[in-house]
Design a binder for this molecule. Structure first.
Ligand code: NAP
Ligand code: MG
Length: 406
């Protein structure tokens, strides 16, 4: 077979440490032999971010707006120790935060399921995708701890200078106090991203808040979702045979546990933060969790949900063998290639993505896997824990059965 030709480049965002090593190997072993890979390359590795004063991150996000699809390697978010280690001129912000601020949108996280590594919740048969609203609420709060008795008020001054005032509480002693907000604009784009992603993946969409208690704040989320749904998606959902379903968060939690999976669960910011950790842990491993940022105007950025796996990288630097799981990073590539194929009308790209995913999953199901999964393995054949490169080679062999090379 000839290598598959691409029309539009993928925006390629390289990263740091162990995932950077895997990134190059994945391209070399699993992509370039089969695809005439077109990418516009941005090096988001920390040395290059320092060199360009983080301009490279901004440029890569702008390129994503231009081309529509990006694939990102995990990157270091600097802290004080990293400033020292990399001799940074400042503590650069999280690249994901910078990219999200430019693209806007919602992060969808979904587990990769394989037979032999079963979810803790035994009736979960299909992946559960969490869609987290990544703006506002408690993450942008103002808070204080009054030390004396006093009155706490909620005051809103409109642009004409008119005040609306409400007593929050008359404190008779010390206590705690917090103010938070969100905007119709952000909630609306969150809703669009969720409905759009549900259509893209043909899955039902669930959304839940605490609107019975938060009769204005949470209720506003519920209303906006309903308005957006009716105005722009109801007919499309019917046509696709999927449904939108709103319920109270307490009810959602119970239903999620009793469900067999296979839907998208849209969550407010805090709920999504907490629930995505719970759901990903219950599915097995962070190394098997994919993540995609979908912007309201239809741009996509695919990545693994885990970090740069620093501990393995230091072993690698010492020349020791590492068994780092490349699954989520491979699936970031397949997600991006499939989307690129869809947008450019190149079905062979999507088909290749499907074959590569199948080769990965079947390799694990045959008992060959990295150490992290071997520890969770319950399959019939005993697990053979291999290093990262041997795992990639095993996937390559299987891939060539599905997709013979020229
Ligand atoms: P991490 O890189 O996700 O790794 C935490 C631990 O989880 C690892 O030490 C390893 O456990 C296990 N693990 C994660 N991914 C794995 C994989 N693919 N294969 C096998 N095991 C895996 O998180 P971190 O150590 O907290 O963060 C490291 C760096 O990544 C930080 O600089 C952070 O800023 C960055 N980070 C980036 C992103 C992103 O770009 N999206 C996300 C999170 C963190 P064992 O050591 O027990 O084997
Ligand atoms: Mg969290």
């Amino acid at each position: 077979m000839d290598r598959i030709q691409m029309k539009t480049p993928l925006v390629e965002m390289d990263g740091d440490e162990m995932t950077r090593i895997l990134w190059a190997e994945i391209k070399k072993e699993l992509l370039e032999p089969f695809i005439d890979l077109k990418t516009e390359y941005y090096d988001l590795g920390l040395p290059e971010r320092e060199k360009t004063q983080d301009q490279v991150t901004v440029d890569s996000a702008e390129a994503t707006k231009k081309y529509g699809v990006a694939v990102k390697c995990a990157t270091i978010t600097p802290n004080a120790q990293r400033v020292e280690e990399y001799k940074l001129s400042q503590m650069w912000k999280s690249p994901n935060g910078t990219i999200r601020a430019i693209l806007d949108g919602t992060v969808f996280r979904a587990p990769i399921m394989v037979k032999g590594v079963s979810p803790v919740v035994k009736n979960w048969k299909k992946p559960i995708t969490i869609a987290r609203h990544a703006y506002g609420d408690v993450y942008k709060n103002s808070e204080l701890c009054p030390k004396t008795p006093g009155k706490a008020e909620l005051v809103f001054t409109d642009s004409q200078g008119n005040e609306t005032r409400q007593t929050i509480f008359d404190f008779t002693g010390p206590g705690v106090l917090q103010g938070q907000y969100n905007t119709d604009k952000s909630i609306t784009s969150f809703a669009h991203s969720c409905f759009q992603y549900a259509l893209d993946t043909r899955q039902n969409l669930w959304f839940a808040t605490k609107d019975t208690i938060s009769k204005q704040y949470d209720h506003r989320f519920k209303d906006i979702f309903q308005e957006v749904f009716e105005a722009a998606y109801k007919a499309k959902f019917e046509k696709a045979g999927i449904e939108y379903f709103y319920t109270l968060i307490d009810d959602a939690v119970a239903r999620v546990i009793r469900s067999e999976g296979g839907f998208i669960w849209a969550c407010k910011n805090y709920d999504g933060d907490v629930m995505s950790d719970m759901v990903s842990t219950a599915f097995g491993s962070l190394a098997m969790m994919t993540s995609v940022l979908v912007s309201p105007d239809g741009n996509y950025e695919y990545e693994a949900a885990h970090g740069t796996v620093t501990r393995h990288y230091y072993k690698y630097l010492k020349g020791e063998e590492t068994s780092t799981n490349p699954m989520a990073t491979i699936f970031a590539w397949t997600g991006a290639l499939r989307k690129r194929g869809e947008l450019d009308g190149i079905p062979s790209l999507g088909e290749f993505a499907g074959k590569l995913e199948r080769a990965c999953i079947e390799t694990i199901e045959s008992g060959v896997m990295t150490k992290d999964l071997a520890g969770l393995w319950e399959g019939e054949t005993p697990a053979r824990a291999v290093n990262s490169l041997d795992f990639l080679k095993a996937v390559r062999e299987r891939l060539e059965i599905f997709h013979p090379k020229g």
